[in-house]
Design a protein around this ligand. Structure first.
Ligand SMILES: [Fe+2]
Length: 288
């Protein structure tokens, strides 16, 4: 038995990836995303050959799950002892070719980035796969995972980010809310449906801290500490980043309510958050 429940926020080998490993007292592991192929060696170090009770895939973007996909194609995930994979991705075949969306070309790019690959192997993964239902809870050793938000049909301007799983891990001493890469629109839905469920001690900042959910979501969470999956340039980006300077172009593809990391950091100051764990500084270890 381990004396404590530990959460590792793993630092980037590839830029702005997201990867967490939680080790329970019974020495089982919960993996969240994992990053890209380059991030796999460090991920394996932290997993340390332990049994993986749950591998949670938040959403089908390459900075989150392309490492998982690469490992599948390399050797069928043989380096991992996986009990179950949790995910809820948009339905690739039902969405492919749709044109009644804000930007069909962007929509198609989103579908092809990782989801097409995952859809092709989904049948083979079926013995391990668990498609998450919003509202369900899973208990793994001393940790409970409550899944608060999954894919919502119709959020198409920021398809994959707004399909991020949102879930809360309740460990013996701390609660951690994971927001994946949820954007402003997904954040609105999350707030409307589930603001009463959001309070947590620690929050993983949505979409690496920029172009993310709104202040009201973080105000409902009332975190004491924030987890940022950010390289230095992203954590310290300018007040109005270059990608937000053409608001009309963004509005044209249905993207509104987006701000840079500097604004999100100020929100956290307003909320009185004093502790920030940032991947730019290395792998961070939290006792839960
Ligand atoms: Fe991301």
């Amino acid at each position: 038995m381990n004396p404590q429940t530990l959460l590792y926020q793993i630092t980037e080998t590839s830029q702005f990836m997201m990867s967490f490993v939680l080790v329970t007292k019974a020495d089982n592991v919960i993996v969240i995303d994992g990053g890209r192929a380059e991030d796999m060696p460090l991920l394996k170090e932290y997993i340390g050959g332990r049994h993986i009770s749950a591998w949670i895939l938040t959403h089908a973007h390459n900075d989150h799950i392309s490492g998982f996909l690469a490992e599948y194609h390399r050797n069928g995930l043989a380096d991992f002892d996986i009990e179950k994979i949790y995910y809820h991705f948009p339905p690739y075949h039902a969405l492919k070719g749709r044109t009644d969306v804000p930007s069909p070309s962007y929509f198609d790019t989103e579908l092809e980035e990782c989801l097409a690959d995952f859809a092709a192997i989904e049948l083979a993964l079926a013995p391990l796969a668990h498609k998450v239902i919003q509202g369900e809870s899973v208990t793994l050793d001393e940790c409970r995972i409550d899944f608060i938000y999954t894919y919502h049909d119709g959020l198409f301007s920021n398809l994959m980010n707004d399909a991020s799983l949102v879930f809360k891990i309740t460990a013996p001493n701390k609660t951690v809310l994971f927001l994946g890469d949820l954007g402003p629109e997904g954040g609105d839905v999350l707030y409307e449906e589930s603001r009463h469920l959001l309070k947590a001690d620690i929050v993983q900042m949505a979409h690496h801290g920029h172009m993310n959910v709104g202040l009201e979501v973080y105000a409902a969470i009332q975190p004491e500490a924030c987890l940022w999956c950010c390289p230095d340039w992203l954590y310290n980006e300018p007040e109005i980043p270059s990608y937000l300077q053409n608001r009309k172009a963004l509005r044209d593809i249905g993207r509104t309510g987006m701000y840079g990391t500097a604004v999100t950091r100020r929100w956290m100051d307003v909320l009185g958050v004093k502790t920030h764990y940032v991947t730019k500084d290395g792998t961070n270890t939290l006792i839960l």
